[in-house]
Write a protein that binds this ligand. Structure first.
Ligand SMILES: [Zn+2]
Length: 281
């Protein structure tokens, strides 16, 4: 599949608009005051993309998301990318709150966490899931007061490939630089996309893998220099002031912060620390 986003902020696949089941205006937050650079990943806790898109259109809850990706990789757009969708609810992360007006939302059709059903696992509606992903949730389990491993519906490869294709367009078109789970921004009440979603790989493919088209280095662009810190955030201690023009190798991202190796003239890593990504080009 080849995705693009047109000038009206609609998703295009292979030259045609994707299926559209639009959420009504009262289920959205209206036009974004500022285009976001954050993407939030979700599972629907439902059966099909269509059923979720129709829920966003007809349901009483005034919820919505930009797109819903079905298990076979087909996609439905529900809210255009210039409009805030009601997908995040009460949320906070990295000093930010209220992610509805700060982020895009991609929903993945998935039953989420499963119940024990005889020797196996099933959805809360009773659909058997023959080969679930078994793991505890990083925030604690949704329905057990323990961190015992439970079953989660796996995400098919076709679905992940589509989600990645759309996310890549969001990165390109809107300079998305932060990808989080709903379970990162609403830790006390959300479990999606959950442990069956390989967030590290997803992020890495979209944000961390810059080695494909050229050397995997970035340059400090800040006339007054850039603080190299021992952690991701202004509260972390300063290790050193990197001069304008210093060449670094990105290792890992955390929100807007990038862990880097500081390279010498021979391209050898001399030290490691965190810098704010806004000053790297
Ligand atoms: Zn969610």
């Amino acid at each position: 599949m080849a995705f693009t986003i047109d000038q009206r902020h609609r998703l295009i696949e292979n030259g045609r608009l994707v299926t559209r089941i639009m959420s009504p205006a009262q289920n959205t937050g209206g036009a974004f005051a500022r285009q976001p650079s954050i993407l939030i990943m979700h599972f629907t806790y439902g059966a099909s993309a269509k059923s979720s898109a129709e829920w966003f259109r007809d349901g009483p809850k005034k919820v919505s998301a930009h797109v819903v990706v079905d298990r076979d990789g087909t996609v439905i757009q529900c809210v255009d990318f210039d409009t805030a969708a009601n997908h995040a609810g009460k949320s906070s992360w990295g000093g930010l709150t209220s992610f509805n007006n700060k982020s895009f939302g991609i929903e993945l059709a998935n039953w989420g966490y499963l119940k024990r059903s005889g020797a196996g696992w099933s959805s809360y509606t009773g659909v058997p899931i023959p080969e679930p992903f078994i793991a505890p949730h990083k925030n604690g389990n949704p329905y057990l007061p323990t961190d015992a491993p439970i079953g989660w519906e796996p995400y098919p490869q076709a679905q992940i490939a589509t989600a990645m294709g759309i996310a890549r367009e969001l990165v390109k078109t809107y300079r998305v630089d932060t990808i989080l789970g709903h379970d990162d921004i609403a830790r006390d009440r959300k479990w999606d996309p959950g442990p069956a979603f390989d967030m590290a790989r997803f992020r890495n493919q979209l944000l961390g893998d810059r080695a494909v088209d050229g050397p995997n280095t970035l340059t400090v662009r800040s006339p007054s220099g850039l603080n190299l810190r021992n952690g991701p955030g202004v509260g972390s201690g300063v290790l050193e002031l990197l001069a304008d023009g210093t060449v670094v190798e990105p290792v890992e991202r955390s929100g807007n912060w990038v862990m880097v190796n500081v390279l010498d003239e021979a391209g050898i890593a001399q030290k490691t620390g965190w810098v704010h990504g806004a000053f790297l080009v």
